[in-house]
Ligand binder design. Structure first.
Ligand SMILES: C[S@@+](CC[C@H](N)C(=O)[O-])C[C@H]1O[C@@H](n2cnc3c(N)ncnc32)[C@H](O)[C@@H]1O
Length: 223
């Protein structure tokens, strides 16, 4: 059943307010979320390990903040680190997790991916993992991500790969049944969103077999 955009966001918020407290113990950590953080890390290290300039990162749909905390723990020259999530409970847990590892540098903001409360060109990297399928206006969100990025910046999105039979069953059938009205963007549509939002080069890579995921890395041209 297709819901209105407002209901779609409301049901995502409701689902994650309830799930927040057990999220880090879910079996999906091993199957989906941890492999996603590792894929981000591979891309990030490849991109920034030889660059001494600090970079600012925003993670949208950050959940309990595991990925920003992982970035903070690297040797990379990290500048500002911000996580944003629509579910208040997720932001609160993310904040507690960062405080527990004594990382006051990570900020967490309660907000909606469609209306990001940051100035134009204020980040070098925007990441978004396993959250994009909850957004009713996906093209508008990618334009919003583009707005926040500086010249030479990058967007990295990870979500379910539903373009083969296993992925279609996993995401369009099983996840859609469990989560309600969600939209896993096909590979080609994700690429189109990025190009239409004004990104230059777009690279994509699939990973995982039984639960296939894919990463889209979109580049903002240097000045
Ligand atoms: C499956 S969790 C992924 C969390 C984290 N990125 C990870 O990979 O562990 C999806 C997250 O997206 C958030 N979310 C859903 N709709 C959102 C929206 N419109 N704006 C921001 N966050 C949203 C949810 O609250 C939830 O925390």
């Amino acid at each position: 059943m297709h819901q209105t955009p407002h209901r779609m966001k409301h049901s995502a918020r409701h689902e994650f307010e309830r799930w927040a407290h057990t999220y880090d113990r879910s079996i999906l950590q091993r199957l989906v979320f941890q492999p996603s953080y590792r894929a981000f890390l591979t891309e990030l290290v490849r991109w920034r390990s030889d660059d001494p300039r600090p970079f600012d990162m925003l993670d949208v749909g950050c959940g309990t903040g595991t990925w920003p905390a992982m970035v903070a723990a690297t040797e990379l020259p990290v500048g500002r680190l911000v996580g944003l999530d629509y579910a208040y409970a997720m932001c609160r847990l993310a904040h507690e997790k960062a405080a527990a590892i004594d990382d006051a540098a990570i900020q967490f903001v309660n907000g909606d991916s469609e209306h990001l409360p940051f100035a134009d060109a204020s980040f070098d990297l925007v990441t978004c993992s396993n959250s994009f399928h909850h957004y009713p206006h996906q093209g508008a969100v990618v334009r919003e991500f583009r707005r926040l990025l500086r010249p030479g910046g990058r967007l990295m999105i990870i979500d379910g790969f539903r373009d083969n039979l296993i992925g279609w069953i996993a995401f369009d059938v099983l996840v859609a049944r469990a989560e309600g009205d969600v939209h896993h963007a096909p590979w080609s549509l994700m690429r189109r969103y990025a190009l239409e939002a004004g990104f230059g080069r777009v690279e994509q890579r699939k990973f995982g077999v039984l639960i296939p995921l894919f990463i889209t890395v979109a580049h903002v041209a240097e000045l």
